[in-house]
Design a binder for this molecule. Structure first.
Ligand code: ADP
Length: 260
């Protein structure tokens, strides 16, 4: 009797182990497919600028009779595409470092206002037609975080609003508030926003909405923002129903509330 119980227990264990093995195998297959898809997306993203660099450099090489103006134009395209490639490779490298958790954070103290000032300057807000309104009830709150990484998230959100907001008189409102006991920074523009069906995927690598591919991004910016906020112990999310596009950055608990 005891022997048969033991046998039954062993057989149940075996069934369980087999199930676990099968699940692990399926997971591995899924990872391998994701890797293939990622590689094919990267190849596609690299191929576009490479094709134009190749084509225009061939024209320059072979076109002995080209006017100086045309030569300058083609050299300019090659230069812009090379910059696009470099940016793409930088973003890919940054994302990979963040995803693998190899990133070292440079923690220091400062106010949200100073991080926002830094981000607006880096995004060229002064020379951009988009008006930025800051309603900073809580901008004086001090943070202890990697402020350069946080600024990187803010720069991305400001640049995206500058690039994608389709309003005639574009306005971005940045507000720092406390919501349910947490400090949040909302970036809301007055464009037509992001369609409901795309709101879930915009934080995935290489995701772009509609015809925005023309704007030149590779769809890595928000994926990088999400990884940074994860590393900083905070969050980033799309806020639906705000009129235009609206993103909420929730800051980690490690705040220095000294400025209160
Ligand atoms: P990209 O590098 O292409 O800008 P992101 O990951 O930063 O990629 O953004 C993903 C996509 O989300 C963009 O291509 C764009 O379609 C959409 N998007 C982001 N911000 C906005 C915004 N403020 N208004 C409208 N669409 C936006």
């Amino acid at each position: 009797m005891e022997y048969s119980n033991q046998l039954e227990a062993k057989s149940a264990e075996l069934v369980h182990t087999t199930r676990q093995l099968r699940a692990a195998n399926e997971k591995l297959t899924q990872i391998s497919h994701q890797k293939d898809a990622f590689l094919s997306q990267i190849s596609h993203e690299l191929r576009t600028p490479m094709t134009s660099i190749r084509a225009f450099s061939e024209i320059l090489r072979d076109g002995g009779t080209l006017e100086l103006k045309a030569q300058e134009k083609y050299a300019g395209i090659i230069h812009d595409e090379a910059i696009r490639l470099t940016r793409l490779l930088d973003d890919l490298l940054d994302l990979s470092v963040l995803e693998n958790g190899q990133v070292s954070l440079n923690m220091r103290g400062g106010t949200i206002a100073s991080v926002l000032d830094q981000a607006m300057a880096a995004a060229g807000a002064e020379n951009n037609p988009m008006r930025i309104r800051r309603s900073g009830a809580r901008e004086d709150v001090r943070l202890f975080s990697d402020l350069d990484r946080l600024a990187q998230v803010f720069i991305n959100l400001i640049s995206n609003a500058q690039k994608y907001c389709d309003a005639k008189s574009p306005v971005l409102t940045i507000s720092v508030r406390e919501v349910e006991g947490q400090l949040v920074v909302d970036f809301t523009d007055n464009g037509s926003g992001i369609p409901k069906a795309s709101q879930e995927v915009i934080f995935e690598k290489f995701s772009r909405v509609g015809s925005d591919q023309a704007a030149g991004g590779a769809g890595l910016g928000l994926a990088i923002c999400r990884e940074i906020m994860l590393r900083l112990g905070g969050q980033i999310a799309y806020l639906p129903g705000q009129g235009g596009a609206s993103f909420r950055v929730t800051l980690p608990d490690a705040l220095e509330m000294a400025a209160q």
